[in-house]
Design a protein around this ligand. Structure first.
Ligand SMILES: [Zn+2]
Length: 131
């Protein structure tokens, strides 16, 4: 029986495992929010600097002001007026749904999504509706 001399470059495995094992049902994503996806090195976007309009009532709402539902693979922002979802984040979606893809998440926004980084002189950034 020969000893294994296979490729030793499996060090990344621990990272990808930590990012989530869907079979376990409970992803340990520790409360990912849309602001986390929009925040990048040099571009800090707080939750209160992200906004979109409700597709039903048209009211513009900041993401720190609306109810948020969370499952193991989805984060759903809802209209404060009770109309329903105004933004949905899906972790590693199986279906290639039309969405803004950021990191491992697909973001579905029925209305244009805006964010305004608090860093630098950056103006607000507009993401067109994806669904
Ligand atoms: Zn509404």
């Amino acid at each position: 029986m020969s000893s294994s001399d296979g490729t030793p470059d499996q060090s990344c495995d621990s990272l990808s495992v930590f990012r989530g094992i869907p079979a376990f049902g409970t992803l340990r994503l520790s409360t990912v929010r849309i602001s986390d996806l929009l925040t990048q090195p040099g571009t800090i976007v707080p939750e209160g600097s992200v906004w979109t309009a409700c597709p039903s009532c048209g009211r513009t709402q900041h993401m720190d002001e609306v109810p948020v539902k969370e499952t193991s693979v989805q984060v759903i922002y809802e209209c404060a007026g009770g109309c329903g979802p105004i933004l949905t984040m899906t972790f590693a979606p199986i279906n290639p749904t039309p969405a803004i893809h950021m990191r491992d998440w697909a973001v579905e926004n029925p209305s244009a999504l805006f964010c305004r980084p608090i860093t630098g002189d950056q103006e607000s950034i507009r993401f067109p509706p994806s669904v």
